[in-house]
Design a protein around this ligand. Structure first.
Ligand SMILES: [Zn+2]
Length: 85
């Protein structure tokens, strides 16, 4: 089983996500969706300087928190791309 990967915004200092393993288990067990979401919810804080950190859901599944690289700003080097034919 591989750990779920959660992508964080470049400036994120906290996260809130759902453990997919728990969601799958709840679905297999026939839980109502609201109960499944409640059981799979994971929240926490992350070091603003770290690009990767780890968290565990209430059931102990590992979640990998990866920070998205800040995308390069779009340039207008080629304005022809904006023209509609
Ligand atoms: Zn879990």
């Amino acid at each position: 089983m591989t750990a779920s990967v959660v992508w964080l915004a470049p400036s994120a200092k906290s996260f809130s996500c759902l453990c997919e393993t728990c969601l799958d288990a709840a679905r297999d067990g026939g839980l109502a969706f609201a109960d499944a979401v409640r059981g799979a919810s994971v929240r926490g804080t992350v070091d603003a300087d770290s690009s990767v950190s780890f968290a565990r859901c209430a059931a102990g599944h590992e979640l990998v928190l990866r920070r998205v690289e800040r995308p390069a700003p779009l340039t207008h080097a080629d304005e022809r791309q904006l023209q509609l034919q």
